[in-house]
Design a protein around this ligand. Structure first.
Ligand code: URA
Length: 165
């Protein structure tokens, strides 16, 4: 993971790639640079307001898609990380993060249209689904939608801070 408990926003990605495996930190390669830029365009900083986790804890061979047995094996670790992080807002990037935490088999394009909820340590956490940055690298015209999603994330964070005060 990148970031620590206390980061109010937790982003969940898919699985480490080669660069992430070498450094032991999620999203440090090309898609990570894009993610960092999208976050900073809405005034969010990794490690400050934002922590990042992956569904899979190991790199799948040749960067293939995660298999459901692998997702199931890693889910106890992911769930425990989420409990420890106790986010105020959750962001699920890509279909593997969305489908494993929402238990809903729908496309990202469909799921991103509404605010979801994920139960973490007995709390209902508002959740936004958005495109995975690797997809945005292949389909750059979708970047604007991702930016809109992170504007919504920031708004949800403000709302949760207002509720706490
Ligand atoms: N893609 C992911 O989903 N996670 C990473 O850490 C890097 C690329």
């Amino acid at each position: 993971s990148d970031g620590a408990p206390g980061c109010p926003i937790v982003i969940v990605g898919e699985a480490p790639g080669r660069d992430e495996d070498l450094q032991g930190v999620p999203f440090v390669g090309k898609s990570g640079q894009l993610l960092t830029n999208i976050l900073s365009s809405v005034g969010l900083t990794r490690g400050k307001e934002v922590a990042i986790l992956n569904v899979l804890k190991c790199r799948p061979p040749k960067n293939r898609d995660p298999e459901s047995a692998e997702i199931a094996k890693c889910s106890a670790f992911l769930n425990r990380q989420l409990e420890l992080m106790a986010p105020k807002v959750l962001v699920l990037m890509g279909r593997f993060a969305a489908n494993s935490l929402l238990k809903e088999e729908a496309s990202v394009g469909h799921l991103r249209n509404s605010i979801k909820e994920v139960q973490i340590a007995g709390q209902k956490v508002p959740t936004i689904v958005t495109y995975h940055p690797s997809y945005l690298l292949r389909s750059p015209t979708e970047k604007e939608k991702s930016w809109q999603d992170f504007v919504r994330v920031k708004k949800l964070l403000k709302e949760s801070e207002n509720e706490a005060n």
